[in-house]
Design a protein. Sequence first.
Length: 205
Amino acid sequence: MRPDSIEATARAAAQDDDEAAPRPDGEGAGSDSSDVTGAGPRRLRLPVPWPMPRQPCGVSYTDPLVDSANRRAGVTQVPIATHRYADTLVAMPAGRIDHASASQFENELLPLLEQARDGNGALVLDFSGVEYISSGGLRVLMIAATRMRSQQGRLLVSDLRSVVAEIFAISRFDRVLTVAPTLETALGSCSAAALAAYRRSTATP
């Protein structure tokens, strides 16, 4: 082969290699990518996964689209079961009362204040099923306690889990609301009839 043919072949091969290699500006054989600045003036584009939002420690991330769909479908994020012991109403919420569920918790709780008026005016919140409560949830409790006082009623909270009890202590909500260690203790402070009804329901045959 002649020297000029060898040189032309070498130049063609070098050009093919250069076109196949990733370019600093991201053009060429790359697919989905994002900018990463390296040392020096050159910029290299590397493929990276879709970035997910970072979660603060102790805070669960809720997809707003899922949350909106749940609300439209009527899915309850913080279900509240109720039971009446004689003249006292007990509400038992369950789950996490956070920024995504606080408004729904408020909508579920406030109608129960009116139901409590049918008895002795006391409403006991059994928090044994509540895993976490945020400042938004505490605000709902403050609203409920204020309304109960305006109608000469009482709002009590019982059976706080350790995490929730710590939040109450830090925010000093244990001084704002009446907190009882157990549901039995809370019912006993409401009325003798409520305590007797509770003990009958939990008595072993």
